[in-house]
Structures are given as structure tokens and as C-alpha cells.
Design a binder for this molecule. Structure first.
Ligand SMILES: Cc1ncc(COP(=O)(O)O)c(C=O)c1O
Length: 397
């Protein structure tokens, strides 16, 4: 069974006395230590943290203090990066579609570096933002062994520009400051996939360059040998005479966040379920990607049995884990779903009017509230209401 740092686990027990479940909790000192490790491995390169993994402002401030830049994929994320103190020159906006309204908004609030994802994107940026600093995203056209939803570097995906179209794309970038190329071959990648994609990016950069920057993206899976990956990325960019940029998301935060939930019943149908107060609206990864997250009981005793962990949504797929081996809990006992510090809370939704949950940050001593739970009233704020339904009914009669 996977374990947490003892001081973090002890603090979780205290938090359970203070806060209602479900809640996310993050181990900030562990994230900071991990960030320093990544910074050392990629020394000489630039780290742009992919906000989408976990965008809490408190976290962003800590990462900025460690010298990281930010990678955003929406106007909202750019605004969030600015709110956390990143200057526009340290923010990269990726993503496949930048509308005229997006570009207008960014010109008013501060133009980040733009990663152009198509010829249409480049033409629009050149037209609306002459002189803007851009990277051109390439599609390495490589199969990668990860979940199909995460295989962005495959030729079939909608991301990046294939090499055969790159010359035309670079021509349409006239008037822009093309810093270089961007690659993001996918997420949860292993060493072999990462190295193959880097090699392909290097070959493309050599044929179409020279470029000042080669951004090799994120995607470092937990099994990847990051020492090998970083050494090879640095060697490649040195040979090309380019600056190395990388965009880690998951590898910064995933291992250091938990979702704490309580069990409100045991139920047997043809399977054995624990009924939890957290589910797909808090954590969609099991349903969306078939992701498997370890489960740690925050209680003791009870016979060990296999349970499926069901959430409160009226959806057959609302199951956070299958066949988890756990001591039989009592009603009210708490569990921690592990390795949810990335793409956990950031992908949570208010489907079924479930408010997004509380998020707590552990600072080594105790917990600080990083984000309050969403208020019920916020769920319907901004909606139109019928003004006098009774009067309308009587007119119809
Ligand atoms: C362009 C880009 N960069 C970086 C990332 C971060 O990837 P990961 O969290 O797997 O490191 C993503 C994730 O989707 C991405 O789309």
C-alpha cells in the first residue's frame, strides 16, 4: 500500500476534525522539493509549469518564487498566471484555437508568448499582433504508448503542424518574432517515447532552423527516467545551439495531492461497494481515462476486503476505484485517494450542482485554505429566472 509523508498524513487527520469532506490536500514542501529536483535536472533550460495540472494561485506563487515560468492554454489561465505574478514574458499561451477575441483581450491585458498551432493561428496572430513573439507547434507524427486521449503527438491528432506543412507555416509568420518550435508529444509518456519525440523535433529543427528556442513540452510519466530524458534534451538543444524549454505539469504536482473522502455506507449488489461523498465531479480521471489511483485508508481495523468505490452521482460510471483492497470501514471513516495533485481539482466540475470542493495546502506545519468550496448560490448565479410564473399560468388558463 502506498504511503504519504508521515507529517502530511498526521495533518490530514487533524484536517478531518476541522473540515467537511470531500477535500483536496496538497503537500507544498514536497512539491517545492520536486520542483527543485526538476530544475536541477534541466539546469540551463527553462521550466514553464503547465497550469492545467493544478492552477491554484498559492501554488503558482510558490513555483514562481522558484524561478519557473508558466504555460497556459486559455485566456483564463493567462489571467491567472498574471494574477499570480508571472510577467507576460514568462507566460506561454498554447492551445489549438486563438480567436480574434482572445487576441484582442490579450493585447489589452498583456501579450504572452504565443504558441501557434496551425497556419490559421499564425495568420491571425500575424494579422492582429504584428511583432508578437511566437513558437510554432510541430506535430511529430509519432505513435506513443499512452491513453489515446493523451497522445497529442500522433499524426492523427488535431495538434501541431506536420513537417510537410511547416515551410508554408513559417512563411505565414512574416512580421512575427519566431523564437522557435514547440513540441508536446503527449502525457504520461515513458523514456523511449520522450526520447523518440525529442529526436524527431531535433531533426525538424535542423531542417527548418536555426531557431533560438526548442520547447520540448511536458508529458513526463511517473515511469520516465528523467535523468536520461533531461540529459538527452540538453544535449540535443546544445547541438542545435538553441535554448531548451520544457513544460512539466503532472510531474510537478501529481504525487503530492490527495482527495479525502468519507465512506457513508457499504452496499452489496452483485458487487461490493463503498459509498463515498466524492466521485466523478471531484475526480474525473478514472472515468475519463480509466486512471487507477491508489487508495489509503485513514482508519484502522476491519477485515481486508475488495471494494469498488462509488461516488454520489446518478451515473453508472461514477466509480473512483475498482477492487481496492481495504480494511472494512465503519460509517464515517475517511479514505485518501492518492496521486491526484495533477488534473484532479483542475478537472472537477459542478455537474449535478455539486459544488467544487475545498482545497488545502500543507505548509509543513498545518493547513492553509487554498480554495474555499464553491458556494451553492454560485452554482446558479448569473442564470435568468422566470419573474412571475404564477401569473403566466393563470393567463394561460
Ligand atoms: C502543450 C502542453 N504542454 C504541457 C502539458 C503538460 O503535460 P504533463 O502534465 O503531462 O506534463 C500539456 C498537457 O496536456 C500540454 O498540452
Amino acid at each position: 500500500m502506498k504511503a504519504l509523508r508521515p507529517e502530511f498524513e498526521a495533518a490530514l487527520h487533524q484536517a478531518l476534525d476541522q473540515f467537511e469532506t470531500p477535500f483536496y490536500a496538497y503537500d507544498l514542501p514536497a512539491i517545492q522539493q520536486r520542483t527543485c529536483q526538476l530544475r536541477d535536472l534541466f539546469a540551463g533550460g527553462k521550466l514553464l509549469y503547465a497550469l492545467k495540472a493544478n492552477p491554484r494561485l498559492r501554488l503558482l506563487g510558490a513555483l514562481r518564487a522558484l524561478g519557473l515560468g508558466a504555460e497556459a492554454v486559455s485566456v483564463g489561465e493567462v489571467g491567472r498566471a498574471y494574477a499570480a505574478g508571472f510577467p507576460p514574458s514568462e507566460v506561454l499561451l498554447s492551445g489549438p484555437v486563438k480567436t480574434p477575441a482572445t487576441l484582442r483581450h490579450l493585447q489589452e491585458t498583456g501579450l504572452p508568448i504565443l504558441a501557434a498551432d496551425s497556419v490559421a493561428d499564425l495568420e491571425r496572430i500575424a494579422d492582429q499582433c504584428p511583432g508578437a513573439a511566437v513558437l510554432v507547434r510541430i506535430n511529430p507524427d509519432l505513435p506513443v504508448s499512452t491513453h489515446g486521449h493523451l497522445a497529442t503527438g500522433q499524426g492523427e491528432s488535431q495538434f501541431g503542424i506536420l513537417e510537410e506543412d511547416l515551410r508554408r507555416a513559417l512563411q505565414s509568420a512574416r512580421g512575427l518574432r519566431v523564437l522557435g518550435l514547440q513540441l508536446h508529444a503527449g502525457s504520461l509518456l515513458g523514456t523511449a517515447d520522450l526520447l523518440r519525440a525529442y529526436q524527431r523535433a531535433g531533426e525538424i529543427a535542423e531542417r527548418h532552423g536555426p531557431f533560438r528556442v526548442l520547447d520540448l513540452g511536458g508529458g513526463f510519466g511517473p515511469e520516465a527516467d528523467l535523468e536520461r530524458v533531461a540529459t538527452s534534451a540538453l544535449k540535443l538543444t546544445e547541438e542545435l545551439g538553441a535554448e531548451l524549454w520544457v513544460e512539466p505539469g503532472r510531474s510537478v504536482t501529481a504525487a503530492f495531492g490527495v482527495l479525502v473522502t468519507r465512506c457513508w455506507g457499504i452496499k452489496r449488489t452483485r458487487r461490493r461497494y463503498l459509498l463515498l461523498d466524492a466521485g466523478m465531479t471531484e475526480l474525473i480521471r478514472p472515468m475519463l481515462y480509466g486512471a487507477e489511483h491508489p487508495v489509503l485508508p485513514l482508519y484502522s481495523g476491519g477485515e481486508l476486503e475488495h471494494f469498488d468505490l462509488a461516488g454520489p452521482a446518478c451515473e453508472r460510471g461514477d466509480v473512483l476505484a475498482r477492487e481496492a483492497l481495504l480494511p472494512t470501514p465503519r460509517v464515517g471513516d475517511a479514505l485518501a485517494i492518492l496521486e491526484v495533485g495533477a488534473y484532479g481539482a483542475s478537472m472537477s466540475s459542478s455537474y449535478l450542482d455539486h459544488p467544487r470542493p475545498l482545497e488545502l495546502g500543507f505548509d509543513g506545519q498545518g493547513f492553509e485554505i487554498w480554495r474555499r468550496p464553491e458556494e451553492f448560490s454560485a452554482l446558479w448565479a448569473g442564470e435568468a429566472q422566470a419573474t412571475a410564473p404564477a401569473a403566466q399560468d393563470s393567463q394561460r388558463r
